[in-house]
Design a protein around this ligand. Sequence first.
Ligand code: AP5
Length: 218
Amino acid sequence: MNIIILLGPPGAGKGTVSEVLTQHGIKHVSTGDMLRKEIRNNTELGLRSHKKISQGLFADDDDVMTMVTEFLFNQKKENFIIFDGFPRTLIQAEKLDLLTKNSEIKIFNVLRLKCPEDVLISRLSGRRTCVVCGAVYHDIFSPPKIFGRCDIEDGSLAKRLDDEPVVIKRRLKIYNKLTKPLADYYKNKSMLVELDANCSPQEVRDHTLKVYEDIIWW
Ligand code: AP5
């Protein structure tokens, strides 16, 4: 199994990249989605993570590694997967290296999305997510046909608990401190590919397909 790691600040559009790769047969795995599921299910791990995420802090490395390890060892059939939002700390990156060492799981490359901070803030401030299917909208950049309702499932659209202005600022600060250094970590391993995400969703899709044209199903 080959892992594509998506690295990028909150709001960079990891959702757009994931969506296009999923449409071309690559399985999407988001540790943010996994954690939100644990929270919805009121598991111990979810309860521990809930307070941290709502404050814009990271979940515990050990909790994240527990979820990821369980996932990896139950996934034997996939050829490629995208890790969206994992690893997010140096500790997680080193633990992933240990997990994949001497195994059939390899890191294929690391796609880093770059976008200025003012653009990230405006994207996150207007994001709305369908409570039924998880589809993502934006009040201005990609509004639904009917205000407040999902185009696909007609579910109501909600703001994510960590998309409040004060929490967005904290998330960006923590990203810069703990996650951004991973770009150098993977650059030193010659695994890093950079993508300018300060453009339209269609341009992001096109650039992504160009990077992965040799491995996706057309
Ligand atoms: P997670 O769910 O992974 O959130 P994130 O990394 O903060 O990223 P976002 O989902 O906010 O941003 P995105 O880049 O996916 O943006 P999107 O495509 O939706 O994690 C949530 C939390 O869980 C973390 O803060 C942390 O606490 C915890 N966590 C998760 N993984 C962890 C780990 N490994 N270790 C520890 N803790 C962990 O786009 C955003 C908006 O912009 C949308 O409205 C979209 O419509 C719009 N948009 C996107 N692209 C464009 C564009 N090109 N032009 C115009 N609008 C655009």
